[in-house]
Design a protein around this ligand. Sequence first.
Ligand code: THU
Length: 136
Amino acid sequence: MEKIKDLVKAALEAQKMAYVPYSGFKVGAALLTKDGQVYTGCNVESASYTPTICAERTAIVKAVSEGVHEFEAIAVVGDSEWTFPCGVCRQMLREFGKEMTIYVVKSEDEYKEFNLKDLLPHSFGPEDLIMDGEKA
Ligand code: THU
């Protein structure tokens, strides 16, 4: 599908922007919204280490800060042969829905497709919280 090819290319482009003076490990992500927009992200590291943000969460934060909460898919590429989203990023993706396609990208023509449900089974999410006596 052309839409997916473009998403993969956007992740590869975003990877070039990675700010990684400590790990040297570049990651790029491209998040496809339900209405067809794409938000990209790269990992951004910090000299004090813990503030480091992953590429996936950079993309999520960019989208959410512009009022977009509905996502269809994310493409992720890193410096290992197949870089999967870390646990923290899987949880953050799950915040916005259980159903999302995750493309783990090796190159423009090589990528694998997964579902968030399979990468984060039995997940905890907003629906599990009781707020004001009612489920969120
Ligand atoms: N990293 C990501 O950007 N996404 C992931 O899902 C895995 C890890 C980044 C964080 C850090 O900058 C570098 O990769 C090494 O862990």
